[in-house]
Design a protein around this ligand. Structure first.
Ligand SMILES: [Fe+2]
Ligand SMILES: [Fe+2]
Length: 327
């Protein structure tokens, strides 16, 4: 329920960058478990300030220029166009696409009667829809980048544009399965109001759930990646395309986890660690597909124990890790 309610311009941290030391932190890391500290490892204020600078330098290099009127970024657009120029479509369309359309917004059928492909796609839609509603509410409060825009606000804008680019990648995933009629349906009146209110809370209150929300996204994508070989065993081309699209999203989400971690002082960090279990459980309870597709207990454990050793070196090379998470 909190998913990306929490994405917003990150106002309260805006003073941080004024005392920044401009140290660039390398994000290229070799594999091996011992090379990383837990995401819940402590960091000094000075380290966090330096890491905001480092993250911003990474964002600009990774995304290119912002296309603010289109909620997009130059390099994200190029990536999407690249996929669309060479479309891959599943050879075995869903047995009954109407079952997807009947259950993607709200599960109407008994989810146990759905085949696993349809289940995976309705899950993905529901997960992404929460994100869409959250980022749309946050977008309404953004402003044009100017000379005086703070570092934190610029990071927030790039972050939001990345999230909008993910919506386009998710749509490409659905199109791979011939689901061309999918729209992001707004939430009901009450929930929409919640999402609109949320960005008005002070940053100190929002930072821990915002971080956990990003961590949960990463956990979900890792677990989706883990079931693709099984669920799409009879669709090798579509499977590899979906994996490529998913990993585009994951690379950004991995960076978001570190970036949102960077907002947390000692108290916030402890609060976030305490929140992992309840937030994951509350969110997944609302999506009935989850238990049928994934091991929720393992997801909770993965969230609490996250360090970068579970991520492939190829992805780490393209993503960003806070300096204090390197051992
Ligand atoms: Fe996201
Ligand atoms: Fe994210």
């Amino acid at each position: 329920m909190f998913r990306s309610l929490l994405l917003r311009p990150f106002l309260a941290g805006a003073d941080l960058h004024t005392r920044v030391t401009l140290s660039r932190v390398s994000s290229v890391i070799a594999p091996g478990r011992s090379r990383y500290r837990s995401i819940f490892t402590s960091a000094t204020r000075r380290e966090r300030i330096a890491n905001f600078e480092s993250y911003w330098a990474y964002s600009v290099g990774h995304d290119g220029e912002i296309l603010q009127d289109q909620k997009d970024l130059v390099k994200k657009r190029e990536t999407l166009v690249g996929f669309q120029a060479h479309p891959v479509r599943s050879r075995r369309p869903l047995a009954d696409p109407a079952r997807f359309y009947r259950n993607h917004v709200i599960m109407q059928d008994d989810p146990r009667t759905l085949d696993r492909k349809t289940l995976l796609l309705t899950f993905l839609y529901k997960f992404a829809r929460h994100e869409y509603v959250g980022i749309s509410a946050a977008w309404d409060r953004t402003e044009q980048i100017t000379e005086s825009t703070s570092l934190i606000a610029k990071i927030g804008l790039y972050h939001l544009c990345e999230e909008f680019s993910h919506m386009r990648l998710f749509q490409e995933i659905l199109r791979t399965f011939h689901l061309d009629q999918v729209e992001w349906v707004p939430l009901g009146k009450w929930m929409s109001r919640m999402y609109r209110l949320f960005p008005m809370f002070p940053e100190a209150m929002l930072a821990p759930p915002a971080f956990v929300s990003e961590l949960m996204g990463l956990t979900v994508y890792q677990h989706i990646d883990g079931v693709l070989d099984d669920i799409l065993a009879d669709e090798p081309e579509a499977r590899e395309r979906i994996r490529a699209l998913l990993r585009e999203v994951m690379t950004d989400e991995l960076a978001h986890v570190g970036q949102r971690r960077n907002f947390l002082g000692p108290l916030g960090l402890r609060a976030a660690h305490l929140m992992v279990e309840s937030m994951y459980r509350a969110f997944f309870r609302d999506i009935p597909e989850t238990r049928l597709l994934f091991d929720v207990e393992q997801m909770v454990r993965d969230g609490k124990a996250f360090d970068y050793s579970t991520i492939t070196p190829e992805m780490l090379e393209k993503s960003w890790v806070p300096s204090y998470c390197n051992a």
